[in-house]
Design a protein. Sequence first.
Length: 101
Amino acid sequence: MASVPAYIDITSADFRALYRLAFEHALKRLSQALQSRDLLKPEVVTVGLHTPLPEVADLMMRHRISGLVVLDDANRAVGIISEHDFATHAREEDGRTVIEI
């Protein structure tokens, strides 16, 4: 409101009500804009439980994705490895994670 170069004669309660209505409108508009199928990649990139991390990172970069499905020895999905996993487990010399830094 400080960026509006004019005086607006509304109460705090009016402003809260207006903000709530605008926020609800924005959520409704955004929720209808995209669905998961619009972002879905048809090719699922997977790695095994014993895939070396440099190979995992290389696959993420080559496929321009932020996570991979991890398969066990019977080709069953057992989890996901993501960029977040790399960031939270990477350590600097002082022991802090990349996220903490």
